[in-house]
Design a protein around this ligand. Sequence first.
Ligand SMILES: [Fe+2]
Ligand SMILES: [Fe+2]
Length: 206
Amino acid sequence: MKLIDRLDADHRLIDAVAASFLSWSRQGGPPADLARYLSFFRDFVRGAHHRREEEILFPALVQHAEVPGDRGPLAVLRREHRELDALLAAVEAPGDRTRTEAVTALVHHIWEHVDKESSVLLPAAWRRLVRSGFPELPVAPETATEGVARGAGEALVAARPPIDDPEVVRSEGCVGCAAFAYACHGLEAEWWNELEWGHYRSIDDG
Ligand SMILES: [Fe+2]
Ligand SMILES: [Fe+2]
C-alpha cells in the first residue's frame, strides 16, 4: 500500500534527522544548522508527514476499518503530534534548560513516536485496510516546500551522521509507549472486535 510505504519511509528519514540533530547538539555543530533542523521538523514532519497521517490514514481507519478515533492509539498519536510543537519551541528558546537538554527531549519524543507507529500502527493499519477491502489510499504529490524540506533533511544526515543515545532503549510494540496502560490499553484492547478476539482464542486453543 503506497501510503503505508510512504509513511514508513518518512519515519526512516525523520528518525535519522533526529539522530543527526542529537549529534549536532552534543558534539557542537555549526550554529547556522539549527534553523535547518527546525525547518525540517516544521515543514516536513509537521507540515507534510503529520498531515498524511491525520488527514488520510487516521480518517480511513475510522471510516473503513472499525478503529475508534477518539481514544486509544489514534488519540495518543494525535496528542503527541501536538506535543512536538512545544518541544520545538523549547529548542528555539530553552529557558531554564540548556539547548542540548531541549534537543534531547525532542529527539527522545520523536524516536518513541516513530518506533510505535512503525512497529504497531502501520502494520496493523495495513492489515485492517486490506481486510476491509479498502487497500489503496491516495498519496498526494510532494509539494515544493515538502521537497525542499526532505532534501534539507537528507543533506543534514549526510553532513552529520546519526548517533545513538546510550540512555535510550529503542523498542517495538506497545511496551515502549509512555501512554501504555494509562491513556491507551494497547492495540488489541482498543481496536479488536469480538470477531478478532474469537479468532485469537480459537488459535490459542489450538
Ligand atoms: Fe505520527
Ligand atoms: Fe509518523
